[in-house]
Design a protein around this ligand. Sequence first.
Ligand code: EPU
Length: 445
Amino acid sequence: MTNTELAYRVYGGEPVVGQITCLGAKNFTTKAMVAALLADSPTELVNVPPIGDVAITRDMLTAIGARVQASGDTMRIDPTTIGSGNVPTPDSGSNRIPILLLGALLHRFDTVAVPVLGGCKIGERPVDFHLNAIEQFGGTVTTTEDGYIARRSGRLRGAQIKLPYPSVGATETCLFLGALAEGRTVISNAAIEPEIIELITLLRAMGAVIFTSAGREIKIEGVARLRGTRMPILGDRIEAASWACLAGASDGDITVRGINPNNLGNFLASFQQVGGGFELLEHDTVRFFRRAPLAPTVVETDVYPGFSTDWQQPFAIMLTQANGISIIHETVYENRFGYLRALNQLGANTQLTTHCLGGLPCRYSDSNHEHSAIIVGPTPLRADGHVITIPDLRAGLAYVIAAAIARGTSIIRGIHLLERGYGDVVPRLSRMNLRIERVALGEVL
Ligand code: EPU
């Protein structure tokens, strides 16, 4: 523990009631910042969230010479001053963005070097699809202890890419590579998450020629240049689902603003199945509450339009309050249930298994990864000054929800991980009736 370590202290046990506005989506904002580097004039992004991942990405952009100016929630990125294709690890740390910079900057420089990736430890998270794609576009890649180096001679050429799995990041790499490559690119088995569709819209607004079609296929006719543009960032659908789960788990009533309900797709179905209710108030406003006593369910995470892997952690907290045995089968990442152990300390009854429970065998069926969870409910959660340490970003917000429904006081450590993806957590939750404080750990231990 450092003297300066901050933690959250949460006094839980009451239904959470009130209104909250979703901030801009983390998993689009940082990609939009990379897209801005493809242009030959500045791009302005609006509704940029005040989160750690944006700060890390901004530091990487600044380190290579881009001019990044922020004013309130507006960020202006001027790529015309970029002078280097050598991206260092900023003091603020690393995230998943360096691998996207590798492809994006390769149009501008014939050699690009990026550092090793950071981000949440929720599985091995290889980058082989990205590296293979760069090679198919005509580049070469070397992996070193410090990161990745890509090289090219001449302009990158359009390619036919068949992704082995609809990876979000690899689809983004292919979009960045294909937009300015010579000729046609076809990406099959592409990811189609709302943030990908939004990225395509941004690239189109910059002048890219990109066609989408049914069946996960994206066609790109490469252009010689892209220009800067202006774009508002869409509301964060992971946040929205988390606030819904907070309402459901605490038997509260939360109105969530700033979200397109279409982007919550199958979450809304699963939420209703377990007894959650919602009401569409305006085009971007949804009220969430508990409609009936919570019932158990079986959930399998999947790529979009399936139930997102980033929704399973807050949903699991709600399932601890459901009357019966629920199952979550995590099929996107092999190691995303570390957070359940601390939940059991608060009184939850959960177990992990290496089997594929509840559905078809997934990619991890022959592995030793504990990727299915059994949650037996209902279990009232209790905290008696318990200290729980956040293992990864999404688990972090799940712990806040667990602490909110647990009777008593919880101390949540490792909040820097949570704040990489969620901005203004304490003021926004305090404006509802949740008592949550950001405190120096030394003062509360
Ligand atoms: N994969 C490979 N090889 C690759 C790329 C991916 O095997 O080269 C595998 C991964 O190991 C994983 C699966 O493909 O098993 C899906 O990974 P994907 O590439 O889709 O994930 P990502 O782009 O690294 C983004 C989000 C994640 C989110 C996933 C899935 C960002 C910065 N991260 O990750 O968000 O869970 O898509 O939707 O956009 C989070 O925000 O907390 C988070 C982890």
